[in-house]
Design a protein around this ligand. Structure first.
Ligand code: MIC
Ligand code: SF4
Length: 654
């Protein structure tokens, strides 16, 4: 059988199931990555499994999200993560070493390997020809323990890139163009594989920008072949030995083929409040800008920031604009410092942030009230920046830098900066990066790990204890939400992020951006002995992988979510935490359901065991509706067991 790149790597890692799209498959996981905001739960759960060491080839615990430290909480998390990494044989990338995806791409990613990360942008490493998948934390816990990762065998969509990008059009504009075609919904169960003659002109960092923001499509991952360009990057990172060539077979079959002529890609922007709300930058030329932020795992590579530095050299940031730049890694930061680019940025008036997620997750640098913020990040969901009234526009580094100088949105081709050599595609990847892994701590040898004490400050809580599924569910519709509800809507990050290790406290903020009384209401139902239910529209649970969007609702007593459709990672997280996800069979059923309705489901055990759908009776309206159980057999067993940890432990008191 002729195979594409993704299928080749899937086949090599297949431990359960067959290479047939739609079937559930189990994959061997070679590498894992975690970041601090999801990592504490991953490792607390790993500890509860009673194993002495991780079973993966390589696992890295990064600290990059929660570095604000406006209290003891983040620092407690960092200490816990450092000690737990030493105890179980995990590499620990200290705060300040960089954003997990950027550092992993530079120092650990390898073509042909599989990577599971507790962060939705894990597919960044698909840029190097790796099968890199984002998942909920508990799935990463299980991978650390040596279990396969289960997912739907994907359909492969091939995007054929032709020709070369013109000056001032960049990789970001390519992925924004793709988002305009495929949008953020309806793409679950798909992998995007890039090919075509255009690949030879796209460096690994550019490819990684494209695979990174592929997360916004809602696909399982995105991947590039591993070719001579990949080898050049690995050589420059001193890691040529990690290279192997992985090209698609001629005649490989794809579910869909999309052609994009890179020569026609123009500077693009995603307007508020969705990454697929795209249009050419020139359509919003002249819009006054208050803030520009450059960085995040999408656009913080050396080449990206060199392009920004070149544009800023000899120019000044417009007086209205606050320009913030966060390098993606310590490697990038140091190289910019050593070659003078950092000085050019500072001279121009940029504010420099340490190499962390920072503004991307709304952790700092929130825009002003009703501010216009141009960002090189990947998500512009309403309120994610930390300012609910702000309008966030997603753009390339070129477009961002030009706007910072001009004070208004300007198509970079029309900015009058007439030297096309300063545009990103013209900046070459260095032949030798500065290599210094001293902020990645190696665990002690196995014999010495017994002596390691895990440090638990007061911020370190305990994992949620669940019970097996009950046969009868009576619950109140605690909230009804619309389409494209993101996990940022369900479980806000930003200033609430520091409570990630403390479930009861973090649960106070479930649905805070939409309805701040949700949590209190659920606790009242709980006190009355009633369960609660969420009703959602299309594409429920878009965006981040944060399993807290399932854990905290479950803590509040949510037992089922009825939605028109679900996004992949969130659907898995709901199942993993024993919340029944039911797909509403018709839009009319969605329309009828209202907050406060009391719903009853009986015979839940039998239905979850084998049925395709289940009847839900709406006691308040005296009618019934049908909820579809789109579950694999394994997911059915997980729900019956009361969550994936109980299932994995074989805790069977059903
Ligand atoms: C994000 O970009 O939303 C995050 C923060 O990186 C999340 C992970 C998290 O919520 O901790 C993600 O993308 O998965
Ligand atoms: Fe960090 Fe933003 Fe990337 Fe998430 S999307 S990993 S918050 S930089």
């Amino acid at each position: 059988m002729k195979l594409g790149v993704a299928q080749k790597i899937i086949e090599e890692h297949l431990v359960k199931g067959r290479l047939i799209p739609g079937e559930e498959i189990g994959l061997k996981i070679d590498q894992t990555l975690t970041q601090d905001a999801t990592g504490t739960m991953v490792y607390l759960q790993f500890e509860s499994m009673g194993l002495s060491s991780v079973a993966t080839e390589l696992s890295v615990s990064y600290v990059d999200h929660n570095t604000i430290q406006d209290g003891y909480e983040n620092a407690d998390d960092h200490q816990y993560l450092q000690s737990v990494a030493a105890k179980y044989g995990i590499l620990f990338s200290r705060a300040g070493n960089g954003i997990c995806h950027q550092v992993h791409l530079e120092r650990f990613a390898a073509p042909g390997k599989s990577l599971l990360g507790s962060d939705s942008h894990t597919p960044t490493c698909g840029g190097i020809g790796m099968l890199a998948i984002g998942a909920g934390g508990i799935d990463v816990t299980l991978a650390l323990a040596g279990s396969p990762f289960f997912m739907e065998c994907p359909k492969i969509v091939r995007i054929v890139l032709h020709n070369r990008l013109p000056p001032f059009s960049s990789a970001k504009d390519v992925i924004l163009t793709v988002l305009g075609i495929l949008t953020t919904k309806g793409n679950t169960g798909m992998v995007v594989e890039y090919g075509g003659d255009g690949l030879s002109g796209l460096s690994v960092p550019e490819r990684a920008t494209i695979t990174n923001m592929g997360a916004e499509l809602g696909v399982t991952t995105s991947i590039f072949p591993s070719d001579r360009v990949t080898l050049a990057f690995l050589k420059a990172q001193g890691r040529a030995q990690a290279w192997r060539e992985i090209l698609p077979d001629a005649g490989a079959q794809y579910a869909r083929v999309i052609d994009i002529d890179l020569a026609t890609v123009v500077p693009m922007v995603a307007k508020p409040h969705s990454p697929d709300n795209v249009c050419p930058v020139k359509d919003i030329n002249g819009l006054a800008v208050d803030q520009v932020t450059i960085g995040s795992c999408t656009n913080s590579s050396y080449t990206d920031l060199m392009c920004v530095a070149n544009l800023l050299t000899g120019r000044r940031v417009h007086p209205r604009v606050s320009l913030v730049i966060a390098p993606g890694s310590r490697q990038v930061f140091r190289m910019l410092a050593e070659n003078g680019a950092l000085a050019a940025m500072v001279t121009a008036g940029a504010r420099i942030l340490e190499p962390v997620c920072g503004f991307c997750i709304g952790n700092c640098h929130a825009p002003c009230t009703e501010g216009v913020s141009l960002r090189t990040t990947n998500r512009n969901f309403k309120g994610r920046s930390g300012t609910p009234s702000a309008s966030v526009y997603l753009v390339s580094p070129e477009t961002a830098a030009v706007a910072a100088i001009r004070g208004v949105v300007t198509d970079p081709r029309e900015a009058g900066f007439d030297d096309p050599a300063i545009a990103c595609p013209a900046i070459a990847v260095p032949t030798a990066f500065v290599i210094d892994d001293s902020m990645v701590l190696n665990p002690p040898p196995p014999a010495e790990r017994d002596a390691v004490t895990i440090v638990r400050g007061p911020n370190i809580g305990t994992p949620l204890q669940l019970e097996p599924l009950a046969d009868f569910l009576a619950g109140v519709v605690a909230i009804k939400v619309g389409d494209k509800i993101t996990t940022d809507d369900i479980m806000p990050a930003g200033r609430r992020l520091k409570y990630r290790s403390n479930i009861p406290k973090y649960a106070d903020f479930v649905f805070e951006p939409i309805d701040a009384t949700f949590s209190r209401r659920c606790l009242e139902y709980k006190q009355k002995g009633m369960d609660a239910i969420i009703v959602g529209g299309e594409s429920y649970g878009q965006g981040s992988s944060r399993e807290h969007a399932a854990i905290c609702p479950r803590y509040l007593g949510i037992k089922a979510v009825l939605a028109r459709s679900f996004e992949r990672i969130h659907f898995a997280n709901l199942v993993n935490y024993g919340i029944v996800p039911l797909v509403l069979a018709s839009h009319a059923d969605y329309e009828v359901l209202q907050p406060g309705d009391v719903l009853e489901i009986s015979g839940l055990l039998d239905s979850v065991r084998q049925a395709e759908s289940i009847v839900v009776s709406n006691k308040t309206r005296g009618m019934t509706l049908v909820g579809k159980l789109n579950l694999s057999n394994r997911q059915r067993d997980i729900l019956l067991a009361g969550g994936v940890l109980r299932y994995a432990r074989g805790t069977d008191d059903r």
